[in-house]
Design a protein around this ligand. Sequence first.
Ligand SMILES: C[S@@+](CC[C@H](N)C(=O)[O-])C[C@H]1O[C@@H](n2cnc3c(N)ncnc32)[C@H](O)[C@@H]1O
Length: 302
Amino acid sequence: MSKPVYHKAVLLHEAVDGLNIDPDGVYVDVTFGGGGHSREILNRLGPNGRLYAFDQDPDAAANVPDDRRFTLVPQNFRHLRRALRLFSVKKVNGILADFGVSSHQFDVPERGFSFRYDAPLDMRMNPDAPLHAAAVLNDYDESELQRVFSRYGELPRSAQLARTIGEKRVVSPLATTGQLVDIIEGVYGFKQRQSAKAQVFQALRIEVNDEMGALADFLDQLAEVLLPEGRVVCITYHSLEDRMVKHLIRSGNLDDEPVRDEFGKRLLPFKAVNRKPIIPSEEEIKENPRARSAKMRIANRL
Ligand SMILES: C[S@@+](CC[C@H](N)C(=O)[O-])C[C@H]1O[C@@H](n2cnc3c(N)ncnc32)[C@H](O)[C@@H]1O
C-alpha cells in the first residue's frame, strides 16, 4: 500500500506568491508540517536564499528536504524571535504561517485528534508538552470546560455537555476519545452529533496546544522580525484566529486600538495587500475538503 500523504498544502501557489520572494532573501515558514509550502519557497529561492522552518511536532522532521538552504527549527513559533537569534538571524524578508493541525496529525489514531478513532485523549502537537486533553476534561471545573467548548468550538448547549462530563468523570475519569464521543452522542440528537463532535474536538485541541496564546505571541513579534517591505502571509482556519490576524494588520496590535505618535499621526506597521481575505477555489475545496475553512491574509511591513 502506498504511504499516506502527510499533508496537502492549502492555497499553495497563492500563499507563496503572496511572499513576493526575493531569490536572495531570508524566509521563515513557521508551520512546516509536510513541507508543501516550504518546498515551493525553496523552488523560488536562488542559491543564496535561506529558509528556516518551525514545527513543534517531531514527526515533521521526516519531511525535511535535503537542501543546504533549509534549516528546521523544532520549536513552537511563539519563540520566533529568540529561536531565529540562535541562528544569528534578526530580520527576515518574509514569513508564512499556515495554522492549525496537519492531516498527518488527524490521521494518526493514537495522537487523539480525531473522533473517527478510539484512542487516548492526547491531542498534543508537541508530545513533550505538559497538558493533554484527558487533563483538560478531568481537571478543569465545569465552568472552565464550558468556556473552552463555547469559545473555541462555538458549541451550542456547551453548559449541558460540561455538566454531563462533570457527572461522568466522578464515576470514572475520561481516558479515551471513544468515551468522549459516547458522552457527546448522549447529549446531542442525531442531527447535531456530527458537528458537535467536530466542535468539541476542535475546542479541546485549541486549549491543549494554547493555540490562541501562541498565535498572539507570534503576531506580537512580527513587526520587529520583518524587514521594511517584508511580507507576512497567514492562513487561518477559524474566526478567532482570522480576527486576530485582521486586527494586527489593520491597527498594528491585537486590541485593534489606533496607536498615534506625539503629533497625533497614526502609527501603522503593516499595510494589507488584499482588502478581503483570499479563500480557496471551489476546485481546491473539492480536491481537498480540509481547505474549506481557510482564509488567507497578506500584509506588507511598512
Ligand atoms: C496546517 S499544518 C502546516 C502544513 C504545511 N503548510 C504544509 O504545506 O505541509 C500546521 C503545522 O504547524 C505545526 N504547528 C502548529 N502550531 C504550532 C506552533 N505553535 N509552533 C510550531 N509549530 C506549530 C503543526 O504541528 C503542523 O505540523
